[in-house]
Design a protein around this ligand. Sequence first.
Ligand SMILES: *Cc1c(COP(=O)(O)O)cnc(C)c1O
Length: 695
Amino acid sequence: MATLSLPGVGYGIRYEYGLFFQAIEQGAQVEHPDTWLRYGNPWEVPRPELLFLVRFGGRTVHATDPSGRLRVEWVDTHDVFAMAFDTPVPGYNTGTVNNLRLWSARATRDFSLRHFNEGNYFKAVEQKTESEKLSKVLYPDDSTLIGRELRLKQQYFFVSASLQDILQQFLEAQEPFGRFPERVAIQLNDTHPAIAIPELMRLLLDVHGLEWDPAWDITRRTFAYTNHTLMPEALETWPVDLFERVLPRHLQIIYEINHRFLEQVRRAHPGDDARLARMSIVGEEGGRRIRMANLAIVGSHHVNGVSRLHSDLMRQQVFADFHALRPEAFVNITNGVTPRRWLHHANPGLASLITGQIGPDWVSDLGGLTHLAPQAERPEFRARFLDVKRENKQRLKRLIRERTGVDVNEDSMFDVQVKRIHEYKRQLLNVLHVVTRYNRIREGRLDGMVPRTVIISGKAAPGYWFAKLIIRLIHGVADVVNHDPAVGDMLKLVFIPNYNVSNAEWIIPACDLSEQISTAGTEASGTGNMKLALNGALTIGTLDGANIEMRREVGDANMFIFGMTARQAAECRASGYNPWQAYECNAELRQALDMIAGGAFSPDEPSRFRSVFDRLTAEGDPFLLLADYASYLACQARVDALYRQPGEWARCAVLNVAGMGVFSSDRTVFEYARLIWDVTPVATPPPGAARRQRR
Ligand SMILES: *Cc1c(COP(=O)(O)O)cnc(C)c1O
């Protein structure tokens, strides 16, 4: 936003411990706390004077205000202060500096005094630690819901502080509340801040004395919601009794929102009780729960998905009822990545090669990369492209040596899968390919094979035991493959610990082949796919998420597509998918799976990976790995064939870079500004411009 000269504020929590640090011990993930503040943080400005009170618990009572109006008061609450820390975010080549405002929890003096006055000094100090837990640690898993009370409290904590901050700034301008939606747009990043909808209602009704209808009109015209996943296990719901205990006033407001909303649905679809039950904000299955996605949709003027496929599936499947009611509210805004970090900064070699050919404008106008396309036909440019890639691979080779002790060959193909470890992302399919390739090498069936280094990196959520088992399996396979003299340089498998943005900046520029192999219909967009292609990797992938749009931009001939489409995957499941069939019919697949089940990669504990085998067979293979295996292997053979022609490979790689212009986050942000927020850039001269002019 800053680079586009759009005024904006980012709000969040100033966690004392960020996402855990991943260490690998005996092939297994071990989590360590990320103490990122241990040496202080020079980029932030503490704002001890910027404090807002956030309240929890208590009960509601009715009161009459001096004008005789009945209103609700929220009393007997536990209170915590939110203190602001500001981090300036300067744009690239503009004078705009936006603000990232993160809230840190502080105990109120009030609260500790209560115990102190009772003579209980230690209790008073305990209460302080209790309050400050709110900004202690980031929950590491958004892919499955863990309905923890502290998580709900964290969400409300930062949302309430942010809304109070926004309202205070709005009120300083002394404009009527009716103008609030013209002055403020709030984008809900997933449902995690969706409690903001009833919180704004509460502030408008109970604190500022508005009536329901104008308050609801303001709220609906202020919020928009970005959905990030279709997987039902990731959609947030909170038990009603938890809500009642933590946020009793908000529960009342949600009930009222729901009541009025369901009235509207009933008018549109009389007698359709099943529809009412599906659309209700209160779910009745398995105990009454608040469905945060339904709340977010009902309280927003726009809802967007993050790739065309994802937005289509959203409209046709999970939110079909809401789409039928209000089709104009649903839009698509395909994700993008910043070219400043992911090319200009992370890959200085390629960046200067590009600038040398087409000038520097691509850095803030990535569409300009199309001017690079003619270079793909020039042998001299291809050679220079390959030189840069080789230097980046040498740099990564040193990092791999340092972090894992494994020596890799920089002339082998670097085949990279870097992303969170999750069954739907199918790291296991990658492993099945590695095991098959290993078996072919041992059996001397090398026809057309090129040397490969398969690189995997990613964290597993600490409570997702199966994802952690996948990490162990990767290490088990690596141990066998990397130490087998029969394999030599033909195949290496390395797992780089602690995947994060800093490591990504080293890995991505060194990649030849980018693995984007999720089950079609499961990856909302992906952004790793964009970073890798922008750095001249060829993609092997399914027709999932943004891969589909990437193929359109870079051309069919420059991407390796395999496997079922989202529609075929759905049909496959609907027609009673049986993974045993693939197991029986495909000897290589059977061999790989039997080795995993039989302990070939866990000689010290032969049954360790038995559950991997079971998951992919008896348990039904929910992400259809076996169904896509043959197609994936055939596609990998095509990859080898192209890699044996470096000139042709380089040509495709350069065309990938040239085609990635639309996947700039600048384009994405601009679409949010135009389609959802209705804001335009505020011209600000770049720093030093005024001084230069005076001279
Ligand atoms: C880009 C990025 C991701 C997202 O990767 P996907 O392949 O889109 O899942 C995850 N983690 C880090 C550190 C990243 O830089």
